[in-house]
Write a protein that binds this ligand. Structure first.
Ligand SMILES: NC(=O)c1ccc[n+]([C@@H]2O[C@H](COP(=O)([O-])OP(=O)(O)OC[C@H]3O[C@@H](n4cnc5c(N)ncnc54)[C@H](OP(=O)(O)O)[C@@H]3O)[C@@H](O)[C@H]2O)c1
Length: 335
């Protein structure tokens, strides 16, 4: 089968090529999926640079791609909730097998039935951003009606989903975006919109209950100034922390290094009575099913910027890497 594969890690010029690879085989708890569409995420560009080597282990050549929507063609003997012919969606970035291929392996524990009202491209745009926003805002921040949350980069893949989820939870949402995306984030429900090209968010916002760290640079440190005591920063972009190393059962040296990396932000946060933590999303079938209900009710709508055909998957990754996607970038693999 055809797959987009990583052949060699490299910081600036990794080797990524289409390859003819054997159709994968499944374990008892897994399913073989004919991939109809694969949603892209920044991690798909970061894995080839070797950034995640200490955390995610891939045997090269490795099929790239994290998110997918497709049809179950085979189920393992222990799979109970799905059958051949079911349309599913899933995020499999953590599993060492990729979605940018004609077929992919998905454990039952990572999959949910595709929302009936979405096509495969729309469904493939959701899993990672949906799960990340869910785990950050619902699980970690325990965001409640009436609370205030700051979600920077409202026009990105995470931002477009997280704003809608936060509004569903009853929160007041502030976001940053550039001038040409102001209407987009307003349409998603953002209450306060800061044009990051013209204004400094830390001068505009105050008394917030939570920040979702979505942009690199000094946004996370500066966001401490807009938070009230007892509030939370949940960062998706680092610095990594020792708790993350422990949760992933990484070795003591990495736990120590990550502890050092987060020393400054932890110190600054504590001074203000703010809790800082790094979140690394995990596949979760039941959360994806809950997300599916919100999509079916149109409480949350997918926001798709561009769809590329499979043969242009490398261009799709390059487009995402420019960092200006408005919502999601999806590769269509099968009609
Ligand atoms: N830890 C985890 O588990 C996890 C999971 C998912 C994602 N992430 C990380 O979360 C980050 C966001 O992911 P994503 O999928 O949303 O990325 P994305 O879709 O590529 O983000 C692109 C968007 O960000 C906006 N943007 C860029 N810089 C900005 C700034 N300084 N202020 C405001 N907006 C800005 C861009 O708008 P303009 O064109 O207007 O600049 C664009 O719309 C990435 O670093 C990703 O790796 C982490």
């Amino acid at each position: 089968m055809k797959a987009l594969t990583l052949k060699k890690y490299h910081k600036s010029a990794p080797v990524i090529e289409f390859s003819d690879v054997p159709k994968p085989t499944i374990k008892p708890n897994e399913m073989l999926i004919q991939v109809y569409a694969a949603g892209l995420n920044p991690i798909d560009n970061m894995i080839p640079t070797g950034t995640f080597k200490p955390i995610l282990h891939f045997k090269l050549p490795a099929t790239l791609g994290s998110d997918l929507a497709g049809i179950v063609t085979e189920v393992g003997s222990q799979v109970t909730r799905f059958k051949p012919g079911d349309a599913i969606f899933a995020s499999i970035f953590d599993l060492g097998i990729g979605s940018l291929a004609e077929f992919a392996v998905v454990p039952e524990s990572a999959a949910a039935l595709k929302p009936a009202n979405l096509d495969f491209v729309q469904a493939a745009s959701i899993p990672m951003v949906g799960l990340t926003a869910w785990q950050a805002l619902k699980e970690r921040a325990n965001l409640k009606a009436g609370q205030k949350v700051f979600i920077p980069a409202g026009s990105g893949g995470i931002g477009t989903f997280a704003i809608q989820l936060a509004k569903h939870l009853g929160a007041t949402v502030a976001t940053t975006t550039s001038t040409h995306n102001v209407e987009l984030v307003r349409s998603l429900g953002a209450d306060t919109i800061v044009d990051y090209k013209k204004q400094a968010f830390e001068a505009e916002l105050n008394n917030y209950d939570a920040v979702l760290g979505t942009t690199r640079g000094d946004t996370i440190e500066k966001s401490i100034n807009i938070l009230k005591p007892g509030s939370k920063i949940i960062s998706l972009v680092g610095p990594l922390d020792a708790a993350f190393a422990r949760a992933r059962k990484l070795n003591g040296i990495l736990a120590f290094v990550f502890g050092l990396m987060s020393l400054k932000i932890n110190r600054l946060s504590k001074k203000k009575g703010v809790d800082y933590s790094f979140l690394f999303v995990r596949p979760d079938s039941s959360q994806l099913s809950e997300i599916s209900k919100l999509l079916e009710a149109e409480t949350i709508k997918p926001v798709i910027d561009k769809v590329f055909p499979f043969e242009h998957a490398k261009q799709a990754l390059a487009y995402l890497a420019e960092g200006h996607a408005k919502g999601k970038v999806v590769v269509k693999i099968h009609d």
